[in-house]
Design a protein around this ligand. Structure first.
Ligand code: NDP
Length: 419
């Protein structure tokens, strides 16, 4: 029996909320809070007749710490699930510390205004020191570690699929399959087709920033950075077939490099179709991905936000998307003195997801792990004070819960390796 505040009511949050309502013996009371309260009300109204979970709603601007504090103080939750945007991670963590409440999210912090000169200075120093230039990194949230430890609170970072389940797969491989892991390739394949020439599967701003940034991977103790989309491989995915995939920077590489002992190489690949890449390059070339405000007919607009208004809402892709996703990790290493390779992954069907929760598989594969991460914290299965990523906890109960609530894993002990 727990009381949980969920901030955000977009594509991913809607799935997580529906899943919480399927586990009402744990999530007995939830409050859905977002900037646009009407969206929370609509979902609450739809779900109320189907669940024993008691659902309330609230309006909150999570960019404002005082508003989040006031909401936490009035609702008194045991846990705050941040499923808004990465821009709100720090304000919500501040509010949780102030109110002494546990915290979790699905993506690591990045600032909304990457052209802000003060942030830019810190960012430029970090690029030089760390050797990768993504706008997001763990340093901001890891800086809260001591404060969460001292307060006896847990902050669980990035409990989506990637980051999230991919890190649990790494912890699981280390616990059950290997004595040492040498290489990790994380492969994220979306074989879904929504019929639009161009649309993003989750928040367009976050998605396009991630994809248009330089790629990087971890090798022999340091980052190797490459121009965006310059390393391409073809892979045949179970349930999907042959797809082109490209090496990207991804946040879990940063924490896995610290937490998987002696790992030599970690890469992340994501599949993209040619139509997506052509549109993205064109939009980037004309400046539509910029976050710097420009004046247009007497008013200030931010190009990427204007683009977001033009693109299909990711939540609207659900009924149109057909096909499957396949996300997982391929490992090489040793067990009992012998070389070994191992692949653990999940295959998820867009249409099946829509039938169950009225959402496509990208939101589903993120929303289910968000609920399962919360379940681990609320049931005390994951219980240590501080700021942690998923691979720092016991993977077994999480992977079991993922299987039970919609994301079972498959394994291969002789996978085709990525060159
Ligand atoms: P959406 O844009 O669909 O939803 C975002 C939600 O956050 C909306 O309800 C929005 O409210 C709310 N929100 C935004 N700003 C604020 C604010 N200042 N205060 C309160 N609420 C706010 O995003 P998604 O559902 O696609 O993504 C949610 C999160 O999941 C993101 O952080 C994303 O990076 C992450 N993600 C993680 C993945 C993983 O595998 N780990 C994969 C995919 C996504 P409103 O509608 O009123 O603006």
């Amino acid at each position: 029996m727990s009381r949980v505040l969920i901030i955000g009511c977009g594509g991913v949050a809607s799935v997580a909320i529906r899943k919480c309502c399927q586990v009402s013996e744990v999530f007995s009371e939830i409050c859905i809070a977002s900037r646009t309260k009407s969206k929370c009300d609509e979902l609450a109204k739809k779900l109320a007749p189907t669940t024993d979970t008691n659902i309330t709603t609230a309006r909150v601007d999570a960019d404002n710490v005082d508003e989040v504090i006031a909401l936490i103080e009035s609702y008194k939750p045991e846990l705050v699930m941040n499923i808004a945007l990465p821009y709100q991670d720090l304000t919500i963590m501040d509010a949780c510390l102030h109110c002494k409440v546990n915290y979790m999210d699905t993506a690591n912090y990045e600032p909304e205004d990457i052209d802000d000169p003060e942030w830019r200075k810190i960012y430029d120093e970090r690029c030089k020191k760390e050797g990768f230039s993504a706008y997001f990194d763990y340093s901001w949230q890891w800086a809260y570690k001591e404060r969460f430890e001292n307060a006896g609170l847990t902050a669980l970072l990035g409990s989506g699929f990637d980051p999230g389940v991919t890190q649990a797969y790494c912890a699981y491989a280390l616990k059950h399959q290997f004595d040492t892991i040498d290489t990790i390739d994380i492969l994220d394949c979306n074989g879904g087709d929504h019929g639009y020439p161009f649309a993003t599967n989750f928040n367009p701003e976050i998605n396009l920033r991630e994809v248009s940034a330089p790629g990087s991977y971890w090798e022999n103790g340091k980052w190797v950075e490459i121009p965006a989309m310059s390393i391409k491989r073809e892979y045949c995915f179970d349930g999907v077939g042959d797809k082109d995939m490209y090496l990207l920077h991804h946040e879990e590489i940063e924490s896995l490099a610290k937490n998987i002992p002696n790992v030599k190489k970690i890469r992340f690949f994501m599949t993209f179709g040619q139509s997506y890449l052509t549109h993205m390059n064109c939009l980037q070339n004309v400046g539509m991905l910029s976050t710097a405000p420009i004046m247009y007919e007497g008013r200030e607009i931010v190009p990427i936000q204007f683009l977001k208004a033009l693109l299909p809402d990711p939540a609207s892709l659900g009924p149109r998307t057909k096909g499957k996703t396949n996300i997982g990790c391929i490992f090489t290493g040793t067990k009992d003195g012998k070389p070994k390779s191992y692949y653990i992954y999940n295959v998820c069907d867009h249409e099946e997801c829509y039938k169950e929760v009225e959402s496509q598989a990208i939101s589903y594969t993120t929303g289910v792990p968000a609920m399962c991460g919360a379940l681990m914290l609320l049931t005390g299965k994951w219980n240590k004070a501080g700021v942690y990523t998923v691979e720092e906890f016991d993977p077994d109960p999480y992977i079991e819960a993922l299987g039970k609530y919609g994301l079972p894993h498959r394994e291969s002990f002789s996978p085709v390796l990525v060159d």
